[in-house]
Every structure is written in structure tokens, then in C-alpha cells.
Design a protein around this ligand. Structure first.
Ligand SMILES: NC(=O)CC[C@H](N)C(=O)O
Length: 188
């Protein structure tokens, strides 16, 4: 099994390390041909406006959208979540629109730029998931068939719809591998 990690910018190395710790091979994706043969894709955190521009510049936008529509499992974290959303509040920046959710960017920014917390995620067991939020978005609206997997202060921060899993935080920055493992289980 090989998982593609979109490597245009942002925290892709950390995702590769987390996948390696799960015993899974990964490949950096910067060109459309590097999408061939991957069984899943991670879109990392970073800066979603920049990432959207680079997706177009590197001719990855349409291929990524097409693979997502065909059912390739995709895991988006932070800016990756924003890239996967159908709607971004107050913005028309490029997005793949694969999940029927609306996101609010930099949603915790005014109170605190970044923080770490323990999240209750029943899908992952009793122990709270350690989650690092960095200028994080949150999900303000979900369609009926979106599964809400965790909230923080009543805001949705982890969700799944069909083949797409999205987290507002950075699971690759802790050594808690449960969310990466959950994603890998979506592939089998
Ligand atoms: N850590 C992150 O990925 C931050 C996301 C960034 N604030 C954005 O809006 O794209």
C-alpha cells in the first residue's frame, strides 16, 4: 500500500513520518503522474489560499477532484480540511468541494493562535485524542450524511463523509497515531 501525501507546501513531512510509524509507505505528490497507484491521499495543513493556487499551477486540481469523486480515500487536516470543503465562509478561494460542509477559517484565531487539547472521539476509544490546533478552521455546517466525529467547544472539528475524512487540527504533530490508523482502515 502506498499513500500519497500532497507536498506542495505545509506539514507533509510530518504526515509521512506518522504513516511510516504506522508501517505504511508514502509518496510525495507534486505532479499528476505521482497520483498513479496510490490507495489514499493526505492533504496536509498549511495555507489553503496558497495551496489552492499551487494545485492549479501544478495541474493537480482537476485530477485530485476526479480521484475524490471516484472514491479515493482522502484525509485533509487543517488547510487540507478547507481544501476539501464545498463552502468556505466569506471566501471564493479555490477548493475541491468534495465534502458537503461549510468551514470558517482561522476560527479560533482571535482567542488564541494555537493550542493543544484532548478531544473526545468515541470512534477512537475512550482515551481523549491529543489535538494540536494552529490557526485552525472549524466546520459550521454539515449535510445530513456527514458523520460528526468530534467537537471542541461545540464546534465541529472532525468529520467524515464517504471517502473523505477531515480534521481541523494536526494529528501528525503528536505521537498519537489513532487517527492515521482510522484513515488507513477506511482504505481496506
Ligand atoms: N494550520 C493550518 O493548516 C492553518 C490553516 C490556515 N489558517 C488556512 O486558512 O489555510
Amino acid at each position: 500500500m502506498v499513500i500519497g501525501v500532497l507536498a506542495l507546501q505545509g506539514a507533509f513531512i510530518e504526515h509521512q513520518k506518522a504513516l511510516a510509524a504506522c508501517g505504511v509507505a508514502s509518496r510525495q505528490v507534486r505532479k499528476p503522474e505521482q497520483l498513479a497507484g496510490i490507495q489514499g491521499l493526505i492533504i496536509p495543513g498549511g495555507e489553503s489560499t496558497t495551496m489552492g493556487k499551487l494545485m492549479h499551477r501544478f495541474a493537480l486540481f482537476e485530477p485530485l477532484q476526479e480521484l475524490g469523486r471516484q472514491g479515493l480515500p482522502i484525509f485533509g487536516t487543517c488547510a487540507g480540511l478547507i481544501m476539501l470543503a464545498k463552502e468556505i465562509a466569506g471566501s471564493n478561494q479555490p477548493r475541491l468541494g468534495l465534502l458537503d460542509i461549510e468551514v470558517e477559517r482561522n476560527a479560533f484565531g482571535r482567542q488564541v493562535e494555537s493550542f493543544e487539547t484532548g478531544l473526545e472521539v468515541p470512534e477512537l476509544g475512550q482515551q481523549p485524542l491529543r489535538a494540536v490546533f494552529i490557526r485552525a478552521p472549524y466546520i459550521k455546517r454539515v449535510a445530513d450524511n456527514v458523520q460528526v466525529m468530534a467537537t471542541y467547544q461545540d464546534k465541529i472539528v472532525l468529520a467524515r463523509q464517504h471517502n473523505c475524512l477531515v480534521a481541523a487540527f494536526h494529528p501528525e504533530l503528536t505521537d498519537d497515531l489513532r487517527l492515521h490508523r482510522y484513515f488507513l482502515n477506511m482504505i481496506k
